[in-house]
Ligand binder design. Structure first.
Ligand code: GDP
Ligand code: IMO
Ligand code: MG
Length: 431
């Protein structure tokens, strides 16, 4: 089985975009299966930086099919902008290679407004990306949502917008005391998106089934990370979709048996954007140093990312949750200048030692990390071409991670560029 799923095993921004771009060379089809424009996947190709929010990170490779799957919540405004910008850079030469599922739900202007209002007026904010993700998934689950296929039929779309706005305007005006939306304006503002999306909307589920039957190779692109998963993350400080590999099947419309290999992406340390518990967070100079060297600022919102040491407790669980067969260790170069490097191997709450993350968020905040310390390598690794060329202490660090996590490392990344990568095992070619 040659299809590969790629998921983040921390709190997002692990470097999924870079790895998906590299692996797209070996795939015929690349599919996003959850999330929306809250994602920010950065690719550095030929010295040029491209940040993708909605379109799969395989789009820089000519001739590869890229699919926005049914599990995604699609903001047409972001989609239009992304298509336009990619085309200006010379990508998407053939429109037939980009497909959007008619079953994907639309992000509407009122979703973005509600996201913003909830965050600014509520007592406990989540620190969302403000992209309307939560409110759009709420509508999907409550069966009020508007799908891409609905947009293509003006009458159906207009009816649904009117129905939705009766409810949304009530909440926006009466509860939040803010300005509502006129149905007419919302309907009109989506006219151009109808034209654009007509070109890309497809029965992507059928396309994927056909691709599987024809023996094509598929790469499933995860967004966010395991600890932002709506069930398995640090709830309520999570996103509103399942980010774990188990959702590939529902979010793309393929059977679980069609996915042969799950690759986990993690940084050599930990970062998080937004609110919520983060046991290994470094609030002082060391955290600032990681942020500075790693350029840890959000690709979607520009917010400074919170930084901390590698947390083996969460990553070990993520490996079990996702069925990770191999791991990519990203941004190892960021640790080049550290005298000592720490790995969290357990949490202490009071006198008790925990080796699994707590279920309650209250307990999560009480976790004191238990660290193992290792000597740093104090050398630049960005030009290493082979594993053997890495400094001894860098190899020791990687070996220790493998031991603690019980999984092999397939790929090591030492810089944002495609070239700064050591591939020990390619999940597509198995070599
Ligand atoms: P994603 O959301 O998981 O795709 O990750 P992001 O793109 O949000 O964040 C990862 C950032 O790290 C991007 O700016 C990448 O260009 C950069 N990056 C990826 N791999 C490496 C690496 O090995 N070293 C360094 N220094 N930067 C990297
Ligand atoms: P990629 O794919 C990092 C975080 C937000 C917030 C929480 C909920 O680039 O790894 P939402 O807007 O989804 O309702 O916000 O989730 N978040 C991310 N953090 N990387 C992401 O995506 C994220 N997408 C959402 O910061 O804490
Ligand atoms: Mg990101």
């Amino acid at each position: 089985m040659s299809n590969v799923g790629v998921v983040g095993v921390q709190w997002g921004d692990e470097g999924k975009g870079k790895i998906i771009d590299i692996l797209s060379n070996f795939a015929d089809v690349v599919v996003r299966f959850q999330g929306g424009a809250n994602a920010g996947h950065t690719i550095v190709a030929g010295g040029e930086k491209v940040i993708l929010h909605l379109i799969p990170s395989g789009i820089l490779h000519e001739g590869k099919y890229c699919i926005v799957g049914n599990g995604v919540v699609l903001d047409p405004e972001v989609f239009e902008k992304e298509v336009r910008e990619l085309k200006a850079l010379g990508y998407i030469k053939d429109d037939k290679t980009l497909m959007v599922s008619g079953l994907a739900h639309l992000i509407m202007p009122y979703h973005k407004k509600l996201d913003m209002l909830k965050e600014s007026r509520g007592k406990k904010k989540i620190g969302t990306t403000g992209r309307g993700i939560g409110p759009a998934y709420e509508d999907k689950v409550s069966r009020m949502g508007i799908r891409v296929i609905d947009l293509l039929d003006k009458k159906v779309f207009s009816e649904k917008v009117k129905q939705n706005l009766e409810n949304k305007n009530f909440i926006i005006k009466r509860y939040y005391k803010d300005e509502g939306f006129r149905p007419r304006d919302v309907i009109k503002s989506y006219d151009n998106y109808r034209k654009l999306l007509r070109k890309y909307t497809t029965d992507t589920v059928h396309f994927l089934h056909k691709s599987i039957d024809e023996g094509k190779t598929i790469l499933f692109e995860g967004a966010q990370g395991t600890y932002l998963d709506i069930d398995h993350g640090t709830y309520p400080y999570v996103t509103s979709s399942n980010t774990v590999s188990g959702n590939i099947s529902a979010g793309a419309g393929v059977p679980p048996t069609s996915i042969g290999y799950i690759l986990g992406i993690c940084k050599a340390y930990t970062t998080r954007v937004g609110e919520g518990p983060f046991p290994t967070e470094l609030l002082g100079k060391e955290g600032d140093k990681i942020r500075k060297i790693g350029a840890e600022y959000g690709a979607t919102t520009g917010r400074p990312r919170r930084c901390g040491w590698f947390d083996a407790v969460i990553v070990k669980r993520a490996i079990k949750l996702n069925g990770i067969k191999g791991l990519c260790i990203m941004k190892l170069d960021v640790l080049d200048s550290f005298e000592t490097i720490k790995i969290c191997v357990g949490y202490r709450i009071g006198k008790r030692l925990h080796t699994e993350p707590p279920m309650s968020v209250g307990d999560y905040y009480k976790c004191e990390p238990v660290y193992e310390e290792m000597d740093g390598w104090k050398a630049s690794i960005k030009d290493s071409k082979k594993y053997e060329e890495l400094p001894l202490n860098a190899k020791k660090y990687l070996k220790r991670l493998e031991e603690l996590l019980g999984v092999v490392i397939d790929i090591i990344s030492m810089g944002p560029e495609r070239e700064s990568t050591i591939i020990l095992k390619n999940p597509f070619t198995k070599s």
